[in-house]
Ligand binder design. Sequence first.
Ligand code: ATP
Length: 134
Amino acid sequence: MPTFNLELVTPARVLFEGEVESLRAPGVEGSLGLLAGHAPLLTELKVGLVKLVLPNGAQEFVACSGGFMEVTTQKTIILADAAEMAADIDVERARRALQSAESALGTVEPSGIADVKLQIERAKNRINVAQMRI
Ligand code: ATP
């Protein structure tokens, strides 16, 4: 099966660089599936799962905390606000983050509610994606 080059980066590090057969990413307007030769696009990503299928058929699951994805004829770049491979997720940390965000929800100023809800979403996503590690 034809492959395409993917760079999955955060402001802190390169999480993945290499060939993939396909990927699925959480676009803000819905889940996006990509194969080699996809038309160029630029889209915003929401919090969710990025799933990669490698040339050997293995799958990689990544927790994505939002960002952007750009598809060009040369390569696909995912610039995530934060992202972790499933195997690298510290589930206890995510549970603590979830608990502290949930308790903050009752006390935060109205202007801070959206941020706290986003923290809750990120933590829940990390917990879900961690369960997908093989
Ligand atoms: P926390 O409150 O636990 O710091 P957070 O949602 O505020 O969570 P972020 O600001 O999204 O954390 O991420 C900061 C850095 O920590 C990023 O590099 C991110 O990949 C990493 N990170 C956050 N939570 C986890 C986790 N549960 N397991 C592994 N890495 C994590």
